[in-house]
Write a protein that binds this ligand. Structure first.
Ligand code: SF4
Ligand code: SF4
Length: 136
C-alpha cells in the first residue's frame, strides 16, 4: 500500500520536521551508512507543521489531506442464489464452526426469510417457485 505521508528526494535529512512535530509522529533511524525518516500515521494530527518547516519543501503533504479511501483487501463474494445480491465473502464460512457451516446458504436476507417460512409451511413450499428453483 502506498504511504499517505511522503517526502521527495529533495529531503536533506536535516530533521527539522522530526524536531518540530507536535504529535511525535516523525522519527528517524540511523542504520549503518543510512538515515531513514519514519512516520507514524496513528500519532499524526495532520497539522502540516512538517510541511511548513521543511526548508527543502520536501514534505508532500497533499495525500494526507485527500478525502479518499484506500483499498486494503479484495475478496471474492458469494451472491444470493435466487436474486444475485451480494451475501458474504467466499471465505467467511471458513471462520464458522463446522457444525454451523453446513447450514450457511448463499441467500440474501429476503430469500433466506422466504426459505425459512417455506420450511415451516411445507404445503406452501410445494407451491413456491423457490422450492422449484425459480427466482423471485
Ligand atoms: S502533520 Fe503534524 S503531526 Fe503529522 S507528521 Fe507533520 S508535523 Fe507531525
Ligand atoms: S525538514 Fe524536510 S529536509 Fe529536513 S528532514 Fe524533514 S523532510 Fe527532510
Amino acid at each position: 500500500m502506498m504511504a499517505a505521508f511522503r517526502v521527495s528526494d529533495k529531503c536533506n535529512g536535516c530533521l527539522g520536521c522530526v524536531q518540530n512535530c507536535p504529535g511525535r509522529a516523525l522519527d528517524f533511524r540511523d542504520d549503518g551508512e543510512m538515515r531513514t525518516l519514519l512516520h507514524n500515521p496513528t500519532r499524526c494530527a495532520r497539522c502540516a507543521t512538517c510541511y511548513r518547516v521543511c526548508p527543502e519543501h520536501a514534505v508532500e503533504f497533499g495525500a494526507l489531506l485527500e478525502d479518499r479511501w484506500e483499498e486494503f483487501a479484495s475478496l471474492r463474494i458469494l451472491r444470493c442464489r435466487e436474486c444475485g445480491e451480494p451475501v458474504h465473502t467466499e471465505r467467511l464460512p471458513d471462520a464458522l464452526d463446522p457444525k454451523v457451516r453446513e447450514f450457511v446458504e448463499p441467500l440474501c436476507p429476503r430469500h433466506k426469510a422466504r426459505a425459512t417460512a417455506l420450511t415451516r409451511r411445507p404445503e406452501a413450499a410445494a407451491a413456491s417457485p423457490l422450492a422449484r428453483g425459480g427466482a423471485q
